[in-house]
Structures are given as structure tokens and as C-alpha cells.
Design a protein around this ligand. Structure first.
Ligand code: MN
Length: 483
């Protein structure tokens, strides 16, 4: 956790916005200190340290001046006697509006009940549709609260961690803030499933130690292959967040050792054309894994993410995922929406294309207003978070993540092997469906079972997950029904 002091904060800001007058930043700093007085956090630290930590994140993400001031002041209306009129008189309309937006979000209570939760989400997004910077401040606030979670009572820790993993991390993802998403997920993961976290962390550390040499050799090999091309580039190592590895293990029912793309490199270059040129060189040098190539440049993800992805076989036979992108795509990939508030040197105009780039988000939020039920809302939230994945609910509200095209039978085996084995039918959203029905995100699936019922041979035709397939096959083989 890196909170800057006042001078560092101003210096970091001026480094990317050299011609902006920072007087108001110093004013917000002094004002927030004074307003919070000797209030304390649960950790015993001064309350103001929290405001400083939020502002520091916002500077790291290179946000604009009003946002950083609002970060310093974000809890002033909520927790001190200062009212909005006073704040408006001191700091003007824009900063006050941002702080009011964040304050409004404070009042949204998390609920484990799906319908209430969905309604809260909808309120949150509609409230902030006018200004996405409110959400970005809220995310910085959540990051610091997660970093200091250990000081709260255990029950509260669980609730906040759960809320973070199910609401805030997906939102960061939607805004394209992948780095933040990974940090939020790992902080929550550690809190919710400490044992699994510790085991995985140990494995990843061990893997990095053994594979570091492999990865270094591969990087050098790529470097040599690209050196003659004359194309400017730099090569970075890439590590996945622990939670995303864990999620993949669970979704694909694989062990850590079977997860291939925990290892990867990124190649960053200058122009779009050079991305494809570098891809050509990589593919002539290393054998690509069939079906692994995805072009997120010509077809960007909803959250603005762009890159070429390909998995190749390295010199030692190891599989390595390579991502190729321009510097600008890289910034967007790391910081997402926030990257577009960057100041251009010498002026303090926003990114000229920002409005255009934000349009998809606005349209999506506007469209939310027309949705009738919380269920529809949850659908929309979860769709295209991960295009090749669907989220399906048990009647009790538990979520199962399955590969796209998964059927109720896959769902049944994901719930429990015995449920899958004895499955005789399924209801989706209270209607009977066939067992080869394709589940959609947001579906509520109920599996009907009958004691003594056994798997059928034709199940193998349509099940999607490796887990279901292997359990069914194992049973049929034992009965001599299949070879
Ligand atoms: Mn706060």
C-alpha cells in the first residue's frame, strides 16, 4: 500500500500534468485533514491516512485534478459536519458533485439476496452514469478498505470481502482496470478462503522459482527472433492473479499443474501494423497451438481491451501465451477507463476520443433503465464479462461459472457428482428444459434427481465440461456400456 505525502502527491500529479495549477490540490489536502480532525480508523491510524491512500491510487492511475481532490474529500460530507453548500463554496461544482456521488454510494447496502443486490447495483450505476469518475474513486476507496480489512470484526470482513469479489472486482473488469481487478480479487480471496489462498500462493511461488529460468530463456529467444526485424518493442513477463488461476482451476476442474497460461510474456510495440508484423515473426519462429489465436485488436472487448493473444510452444516444449499490443493498448489494459483521463503534455484537455470511448458504457447504462427485472439486470452485468463463460445460479443463489454452451447436466455435475449421476431432469427459471439446453448467464437452474437413476450413454453427446464427461464415461465404462 503506498500512500504518498502531500509533496509526493503533488509531484506525481505534476509529472503527468505539468501545466496544471495544483493550488486546489493543496487546499483539498489541508481541508480534509482539518475536517477529519482526530477521527481514527479501526486500525488506530488517523482517518485522514485513508483519504490520502485513496488520492494516491488516483494519482497512480493518472486521473485528473478534480478527481484527486474529490478523493481527498470523499468522506468529508459523510463523516464530518461540513455540508455540501460549504464544500461547493470552497471547491466548486465539479468536485462537490463527485464527492456527493461517492457519498450516495456509501449508502448502498450489500445484500446476499440476489434481487436486492441487483437492484443496488442498478442504482449505483445509474447514479454514476453521468460521471464514471465517481466509480473510479469508489474503487480506490474499496482498495484501501480491503488492504486494511484485518482490523474489522471477522463477520464484517467476510461481508466486505464477499461484496468485493462479487461486485467491485467485476466492475473493475468492466472498466478494463485489470490490474486493480486482480488486486481486489486476491485481497478478497485471501480473506474468504485463506487455506486455498495459502496453498496456491506456495505453489505459484515454487513454480516461478522453477520456471523463471525457462521464462527467461524464452524471453531471450523471442528477443533474438525480433531483434533483426527493426521493429521497436519491449518484452514484459506476465503473471496472472492468484484468484484468476484459482477460478480457472475450479471452472475447468484442473489441478494447478494443468493450468498452462499461468506463464506468459507481453510484447509491446509502437503501431497497430507492427503488432501484426510481430505476430507474423512469432508464428514463423514458434509453433502456435491450434485455436489459441485471438484477435482482440480488430474485435476489441466491450471494456476497450485490445491485444493479440496467441499460445505457442517454446524452445523447450513449454506452452507460453504471448500478448502483443501497442503502448496505448497496454495503458488501457492496465488502467482501463482511467487511462483515458490522462493529460496531454502542455494542455489539460481530456483524451479527445474519451467521449467516444465511453459511449459504449453510457449506452449500456442507459439501456439498464429499461430492464424490467433484477434478473435481467444481473444477466446484462454478467454477459460479456467473460465471453466464453456463463454464470448460472442454484435455487439457493449460489453461482456456478461454466464454459459457454454448458448444459444443465454440466451444472448438475458442478453442484455435486451425485446430483449429476442421479439427474433425471432440469428446470431453468422455473420451466422444464431438456438436458441439452444451453445455459445462459443469470439462469437459475434446478436439477431434478431420482434415487437409483444412472447416467445415459447419449449424455456424452452434449455435455460440455471435462468434469461431467469423465464422470459419465467412468460409470459407463464400468458397466461395459462404452469402451
Ligand atoms: Mn472512504
Amino acid at each position: 500500500m503506498n500512500a504518498y505525502d502531500q509533496d509526493e502527491l503533488v509531484a506525481k500529479f505534476s509529472a503527468y500534468a505539468p501545466h496544471v495549477d495544483t493550488a486546489i490540490l493543496r487546499k483539498a489536502y489541508a481541508y480534509s485533514i482539518q475536517a477529519h480532525g482526530d477521527q481514527e480508523r479501526a486500525s488506530g491510524e488517523r482517518y485522514f491516512s485513508h483519504c490520502m491512500s485513496v488520492a494516491s491510487s488516483l494519482v497512480d492511475w493518472k486521473l485528473d485534478l478534480p478527481t484527486i481532490c474529490a478523493g481527498l474529500l470523499h468522506d468529508v460530507l459523510e463523516d464530518t459536519p461540513v455540508n455540501r453548500e460549504t464544500m461547493r463554496a470552497e471547491f466548486g461544482e465539479e468536485i462537490t458533485r463527485l464527492v456527493l456521488g461517492v457519498t450516495k454510494l456509501e449508502h448502498l447496502e450489500y445484500s446476499s439476496r440476489d434481487d436486492i443486490q441487483a437492484e443496488n447495483w442498478r442504482k449505483m450505476l445509474l447514479a454514476t452514469a453521468q460521471d464514471i469518475r465517481v466509480i473510479v474513486i469508489k474503487l480506490a476507496d474499496r482498495l484501501h478498505n480491503m488492504q486494511t480489512l484485518g482490523y474489522l470484526p471477522p463477520e464484517k470482513q467476510q461481508r466486505i470481502a464477499h461484496e468485493t469479489i462479487s461486485l467491485y472486482a467485476p466492475l473493475a473488469h468492466r472498466l478494463g482496470m485489470f490490474q486493480l481487478k486482480g488486486r481486489l480479487e486476491d485481497l478478497a480471496f485471501q480473506r474468504l478462503w485463506p487455506q486455498e489462498f495459502a496453498e496456491l500462493e506456495a505453489k505459484v511461488t515454487a513454480m516461478l522459482a522453477t520456471r523463471e529460468a525457462t521464462l527467461r530463456r524464452f524471453k531471450e529467444s523471442v528477443e533474438r527472433a525480433l531483434a533483426d526485424s527493426g521493429i521497436p518493442h519491449r518484452i514484459l513477463s506476465r503473471s496472472k492473479s492468484l484468484y484468476s488461476i484459482y477460478g480457472k482451476m475450479r471452472r475447468q476442474n484442473k489441478s494447478f499443474e494443468e493450468i498452462q497460461d499461468a506463464l506468459g510474456v507481453r510484447v509491446i510495440t509502437d503501431t497497430l501494423a507492427n503488432c501484426y508484423a510481430l505476430l507474423g515473426i512469432v508464428h514463423t519462429q514458434y509453433k502456435p497451438v491450434a485455436g489459441s489465436f485471438t484477435d482482440y485488436i480488430s474485435i476489441p472487448k466491450m471494456n476497450l481491451y485490445q491485444s493479440l493473444h496467441t499460445t505457442v510452444m517454446g524452445p523447450g516444449g513449454e506452452l507460453v501465451e504471448i500478448q502483443i499490443r501497442t503502448e496505448e493498448m497496454h495503458r488501457t489494459a492496465e488502467y482501463g477507463i482511467a487511462a483515458h483521463w490522462r493529460y496531454k503534455t502542455g494542455e489539460h484537455a481530456k483524451d479527445a476520443h474519451l467521449e467516444e470511448k465511453l459511449n459504449w458504457l453510457r449506452q449500456w447504462i442507459e439501456w439498464l433503465q429499461d430492464l424490467k427485472s433484477p434478473r435481467e439486470f444481473l444477466d446484462s452485468l454478467k454477459t460479456d464479462l467473460e465471453l466464453n463463460q456463463v454464470f448460472v445460479f442454484t435455487p439457493a443463489g449460489e453461482v456456478k461459472a461454466l464454459p459457454a454452451g454448458a448444459t444443465p447436466l454440466d451444472f448438475a455435475f458442478a453442484v455435486h457428482t451425485e446430483v449429476g449421476m442421479a439427474c433425471v431432469g432440469a428446470q431453468v427459471n422455473n420451466k422444464m428444459v431438456k438436458l441439452d439446453y444451453q445455459l445462459k448467464s443469470g439462469d437459475i437452474c434446478k436439477i431434478l434427481t431420482k434415487r437409483g437413476s444412472v447416467p445415459k450413454k447419449d449424455w456424452l453427446i452434449f455435455v460440455k465440461t471435462a468434469r461431467a464427461r469423465s464422470k459419465i464415461r467412468h460409470f459407463l465404462r464400468e458397466k461395459g456400456i462404452v469402451a
